[in-house]
Design a protein around this ligand. Structure first.
Ligand SMILES: C[S@@+](CC[C@H](N)C(=O)[O-])C[C@H]1O[C@@H](n2cnc3c(N)ncnc32)[C@H](O)[C@@H]1O
Length: 260
């Protein structure tokens, strides 16, 4: 299946997926989206500065743009911090196609090795790609992670990745105080996150897309940007009607696919 290359507005490349009928990134800029949608709202640089290590779970490796950009940003801004990375992907593209998205240099060479071998261990970076359906990989994944990049295709086209069970499995591998970010502002995505126990807030607006969603396991400081009150109340009402869960209830451990 050919995934046609498309030039985005910041000069970086993305591709179009013929089955999902969606692009892998915002057409306003693949690299820009990686920074604005994931690195910034997940507070990657701040965590690397404070803790000296940041552990990231990347749901949907895709073209590897998020991993390439995140590593470059950590190295540029906090060169002595360590990054521990795990990607989940069900359709790993051929290396020759992926390489076109990484440019040249140290990060590109490391990603080539990561994709060829499936894992890579260096002093300041460890990476793993778990190839297969993320729902299966999540069952055996051992956390905790400080940040989760939730980047499958949309809830309308890739619905299995937005189920409450997936959100709950992500909650379980997230560190207390960890942050998840996604481009989706769909009620389906937000309700699933809330039902799984995540606190949710407003994500940044990237390009022409509406604001996405950020979520945290427990409270974070500074707090997430609040959703509009009307929007929050409507989501809480729907959550209550659809699941009987009150927006303030703590999550039930029995709800997770990772539960014993
Ligand atoms: C929007 S793209 C991700 C773009 C990527 N984050 C990047 O930086 O290039 C979505 C990815 O999610 C993957 N995906 C969709 N459903 C999946 C599933 N059930 N398990 C694992 N990966 C899945 C797709 O194959 C695709 O590569």
């Amino acid at each position: 299946m050919v995934r046609k290359k498309v030039l985005t507005e910041d000069g970086s490349l993305t591709r179009f997926h013929p089955h999902y009928q969606e692009h892998y990134h915002s057409l306003s800029g693949a690299r820009n989206e990686a920074i604005q949608r994931f690195v910034v709202p997940c507070r990657i640089i701040e965590r690397a500065q404070l803790a000296g290590v940041v552990r990231i779970l990347d749901v949907g490796f895709g073209l590897g743009v998020n991993v390439a950009v995140t590593l470059e940003e950590i190295r540029r801004q906090v060169p002595d911090a360590r990054c521990e990375w795990v990607s989940l992907e069900k359709e790993l593209l051929p290396l020759v196609d992926l390489q076109e998205h990484w440019g040249e240099g140290k990060v590109a060479r490391e990603l080539c090795e990561l994709v060829s071998k499936g894992s890579l261990d260096e002093e300041l970076w460890s990476g793993r790609i778990l190839v297969g359906d993320a729902r299966d990989s999540l069952r055996s994944l051992i956390g905790p992670f400080d940040a989760i990049y939730l980047d499958p295709f949309s809830p309308a086209r890739n619905p299995e990745m937005w189920a409450v069970e997936v959100m709950r499995a992500l909650w379980e591998v997230c560190e207390e105080g960890g942050i998840l970010s996604t481009y989706s502002s769909a009620a389906k995505a937000r309700l699933a996150l809330m039902a799984a126990g995540w606190e949710i807030g407003l994500g940044p607006r990237v390009g022409r897309k509406s604001s996405g969603t950020v979520a945290s396991r427990g409270a974070v400081d500074p707090p997430l940007m609040a959703l509009e009150e009307k929007q929050r109340r409507s989501l809480e009402r729907r959550l209550n009607e659809e699941t009987g869960i009150n927006g303030c209830d703590p999550p039930s451990p029995a709800a997770g696919i990772n539960s014993p």
